[in-house]
Structures are given as C-alpha cells and as structure tokens.
Design a protein around this ligand. Structure first.
Ligand SMILES: [Mg+2]
Length: 107
C-alpha cells in the first residue's frame, strides 16, 4: 500500500525562506539529501504533494524551482497556516496520519 507524503518546502527540502522575501524563492539552495529522499519515496511507489505556507501567488516560482531541481511531485498545496516558533502543528483526521519532525530537513 502506498503512502501520500505531504512535505513542507522551506527548511525541509530547501533553505528556509520566509514569505516576506519571495524574491529568494527562485534561487533557494536545496538541502543535502532532500532530493534523494523524495526520489526514493517515488521509487517505492509512494506519492508526494508539497504542503507549504507559501501562498498561491508564489506558485510559478515554486513549481519552476521544484522542476528545475528535479523533484518529482504530484501537486503543491499552498497557504498552509503559518505558526510561530514554539507553536505546534497538530493534525486531527478520521484517516490515518503520521507526522515526522525534521528540524534539519528531509534526508
Ligand atoms: Mg518550513
């Protein structure tokens, strides 16, 4: 059975760029190991959707960056609610959910 991975972008697969400096999205540096991990997920038959606090107004630069950097993906979900440092995402769902905290990025 395959898994649908919802993967954050900033600080998870590339350097952490806040929405206040969108001009940096185009030249974001990929984090070591992130591309290899996403490719590994696809090789295992899993699916990937990027889930980001970037807004849909950043879709062109975001999707071009993902494609130019070789990331396979199914879709990008924008407008993830932003939280402050010290706050926590807690997802409640009637379907199975696993969450993984990757403070050093996806590897
Ligand atoms: Mg992030």
């Amino acid at each position: 059975m395959s898994t649908l991975w919802l993967i954050d972008i900033d600080g998870t697969v590339c350097e952490d760029i806040p929405n206040e400096t969108p001009e940096l999205f185009k030249t974001a540096k990929p984090l070591d190991g992130a591309l290899e991990k996403v490719k590994e997920l696809y090789a295992n038959g899993d699916r990937v959707t990027f889930f980001t606090a970037r807004t849909s107004s950043h879709s062109e630069d975001t999707e071009k960056w993902l494609t130019d950097n070789g990331f396979p993906y199914e879709s990008v979900c924008y407008n993830k609610p932003r939280i402050n440092y010290g706050e926590t995402y807690h997802w409640v769902d009637n379907r199975n959910v696993l969450a993984t905290f990757v403070p050093e990025g996806l590897k």
